[in-house]
Ligand binder design. Structure first.
Ligand SMILES: [Zn+2]
Length: 369
């Protein structure tokens, strides 16, 4: 099952409002994080990314070039660029989230930015077998089923490459939607007691602004759907942390192969947080390709052809079909024309006007129509 268009549009609309609130200082929500709290969260995410991906580097895993899926405010890609010596692409379906990269880069005093690509995770605009490292945080549960995204990730992964993900939910059986819990980011919810937190986790039905915009929050993903989605990969090191707030977790289980019956029972009842590394078989070759070298034309991709995009003066262009993809406010829109019309009709004029005419002739000049 695929993410419906309504959910994608909801995501775009919601994140636009968040951008207006966070970056432009306009009041849009009463129950989203305040500026100060948000910066604390952003800094914590940077620190966690530095720690987790730094450890993968210590293991000898190649982490550059990379692609981040569902990059949102780009804080994690900013950490990749400025703290971990990597260069890659931050992708998201929300133009406004990606646009806020400049703001957060400034706040964090970073001077390097990822390539920002507005695209759909169901059609990642990258060559097959080309990128050694893909990663995401709290992104896969925004899809009805993580399997189609996992297949895209696998397609793009270079042989020997690694997909790292974290902060994803596994639903447990011990959940009863007896009452509605306040918005998860609201001040009341953040200030609640530990007993109330436990009670809400077991008996409450959580709510958030995302859900009101039709965005999918799939907190009940089952063991079966995780296993089925990740079985696309050739090797998995994926773990579930039941009682995920504990530092040294006595209930961590292997998603695919857990020996302890007691731990499996606890997981079955309470679910947990899912995280891990998934690998593609083969030898990691140093192909010496940068992320800009492996971007393919979304228009051609929609008819299953992979055509590498060229670049002329800040415009990505396809010599085969003649389509052009200009960069708007630091973000390149990489959708097929039909999808762009569907998701960003209001951006069409801006995208046209951002396209410099003289580079059009250079792009079209190579014999394409
Ligand atoms: Zn093309």
């Amino acid at each position: 099952m695929q993410q419906p268009v309504g959910a994608k549009k909801g995501e775009i609309e919601f994140r636009k409002k968040l951008y207006e609130q966070e970056v432009l200082g306009e009041k849009k929500f009463d129950d989203e994080f305040s500026g100060e709290k948000l910066l604390e969260i952003v800094r914590n995410r940077v620190a966690k990314t530095y720690d987790q991906i730094g450890r993968l580097q210590e293991r000898g895993i190649t982490t550059s070039p990379y692609v981040e899926i569902g990059a949102e405010r780009c804080q994690r890609s900013l950490a990749m660029e400025n703290e971990l010596g990597c260069h890659g692409a931050a992708t998201d379906i929300s133009f406004y989230s990606l646009k806020s990269c400049d703001y957060y880069g400034g706040v964090l005093h970073y001077d390097r930015a990822p390539l920002r690509i507005c695209c759909d995770a169901y059609n990642l605009p990258f060559l097959s077998n080309s990128v050694p490292f893909l990663f995401c945080y709290e992104a896969l549960h925004h899809f009805p089923d993580p399997a189609p995204v996992a297949r895209q990730v696998y397609r793009v992964l270079a042989p020997g490459g690694c997909f790292f993900f974290d902060e994803e939910p596994l639903g447990g059986k011990m959940r009863f939607d007896l009452y509605k819990v306040g918005k998860i980011h609201s001040p009341e919810n953040l200030a609640k007691s530990k007993i109330r937190t436990l009670s809400d986790a077991l008996f409450g039905n959580p709510s958030c602004n995302e859900a009101e915009y039709g965005i999918i929050e799939n907190h009940r993903l089952s063991l079966g759907s995780w296993r089925s989605a990740l079985s696309t990969f050739d090797k998995n090191e994926v773990f579930v942390k039941t009682l995920k707030s504990l530092k040294r977790n006595p209930l961590e289980t292997d998603l695919f192969d857990e020996k302890s019956y007691l731990k499996r029972v606890a997981r079955h009842l309470f679910g947990g947080g899912v995280s891990g590394c998934c690998f593609k078989a083969g030898n990691a070759k140093n192909m010496n390709l940068g992320i800009e070298d492996v971007i393919v034309c979304p228009e051609c991709l929609s008819s299953n052809a992979e055509t590498k995009l060229g670049r002329r003066k800040g415009v990505f262009c396809c010599r085969k079909c003649g389509e052009n993809y200009p960069i708007v406010d630091g973000v390149v829109f990489l959708f097929s024309r039909a999808t762009l019309n569907e998701l960003y009709p209001e951006m069409l004029d801006r995208i046209q006007s951002a396209f410099p005419q003289e580079s059009a002739s250079q792009c079209f000049g190579a014999g394409a129509k």
